[in-house]
Design a protein around this ligand. Structure first.
Ligand SMILES: NC(=O)c1ccc[n+]([C@@H]2O[C@H](COP(=O)([O-])OP(=O)(O)OC[C@H]3O[C@@H](n4cnc5c(N)ncnc54)[C@H](O)[C@@H]3O)[C@@H](O)[C@H]2O)c1
Length: 320
């Protein structure tokens, strides 16, 4: 009898606890929604943005389209820019562009598909430049073939560069960010990481993985109380860098790399958790879960002509 009474009172306490937390959550949600609406309406020029002056900012894939734009813009903001790339020539081109403007930049040739090379280069950066404050995992590859045309090495390369390298770089740099109570991990994904894309079974899958990586990492950082270490997920639509050469999207033109880099830096400086470009894409995404699958396919195939435009993607050389 006594134990039944105790069980009942503990059940009542637990229901009371859930009710209390729910009410608190609802009250806080009103505040979060108003806060978000307020900051959406305030122009960037009027809102507090974190300064990156003097910060060590590492950009992977810094030799290429968006990476190069990021390097130049970050240097102009006074950051100590470090770029990594597998392509020595394009790395030099970015370095020269930054140096021509009178800024300093450190560059490292590294193949992100090689885990040991990533760890070794990370140690060199720590020794030669210092603690990395902002890590931008930007490098990416796409082969743009259907599953049956993709060779196994190409699939493995896509996974190694587009997602596995994020584990190695974050493991190398996050501990110091936690120790110094200052850091920011930026994960460059794609709209193809939110919506499966034709000729992208490898690319889309790795970009979906980056979304899961960012969201899980974010929960670990928050749950362990490291509130001064930030994480931003960046999901851009097609960008005019040559990565998707030949593709002409039907409804929206490709984004320019200059705009993408600028928006990404603004997002980092605002400590935003998610950055989808263009913002309008965010309103289309829930349709994927809400509408019947046949309707989604018709929207994609008939109206947007997504697969048809990806059929025009110029062939890339697959790793042997
Ligand atoms: N271009 C687009 O349409 C588009 C759209 C959405 C998201 N993205 C993503 O944005 C990021 C930047 O794309 P981008 O258009 O500037 O690409 P890009 O091809 O112009 O540049 C990518 C850079 O990564 C480097 N890289 C490739 N493999 C590497 C490796 N193994 N080790 C080191 N560096 C390597 C390349 O040499 C290149 O300089 C990528 O993650 C990409 O997936 C691109």
């Amino acid at each position: 009898m006594e134990s039944i009474k105790m069980k009942k009172s503990s059940q009542v306490a637990s229901i009371f606890d859930i009710a209390k937390d729910t009410v608190l959550f609802l009250l806080l949600s009103c505040y979060y929604l108003l806060e978000s609406l307020f900051w959406t309406l305030v122009p960037n020029a009027l809102r507090p943005m974190k300064s990156l002056e003097g910060d060590v900012v590492l950009v992977t894939g810094g030799g290429g389209g968006v990476g190069r734009q990021l390097a130049v813009k970050l240097a102009r903001l006074g950051a100590k820019v470090v770029i990594w790339d597998v392509n020595e020539q394009s790395l030099r081109k970015t370095s020269d562009t930054v140096k021509d403007e009178g800024y300093h930049i450190s560059s490292y040739v590294v193949d992100l598909a090689d885990r040991n090379a990533v760890y070794e280069t990370a140690e060199r950066v720590k020794r030669e430049v210092g603690k990395v404050d902002v890590l931008i995992n930007n490098a990416g590859v796409v082969f743009g073939e259907t599953l049956l045309e993709l060779n196994d090495t190409a699939i493995e390369t896509t996974y190694k560069v587009n997602i596995l390298s994020h584990y190695w770089t974050v493991k190398a740099f996050l501990p110091d960010m936690i120790k110094t109570k200052k850091g920011h991990i930026v994960t460059v994904s794609s709209v193809a990481g939110l919506l499966g894309t034709y000729r992208c079974t490898d690319y889309s899958a790795t970009k979906f993985a980056t979304v899961g990586f960012h969201e899980s990492l974010y929960t670990e950082i928050r749950a362990h109380g490291h509130s001064t270490v930030h994480a931003t997920l960046v999901c851009p639509y097609y960008i005019n860098t040559g990565m998707f050469d030949g593709v002409t999207p039907r409804l929206m033109p490709m984004l320019e790399p200059d705009y993408v880099a600028e928006t990404m830096i603004d997002s980092i400086r605002k400590n935003e958790v998610n950055c989808v470009m263009p913002g309008s894409v965010r309103y289309l995404l829930p349709l994927k879960c809400l509408l019947p699958a046949k309707m989604c396919w018709d929207l994609m195939h008939r109206v947007m002509k997504g697969p048809q435009s990806m059929m025009e993607l110029r062939k890339k050389t697959q790793a042997a």
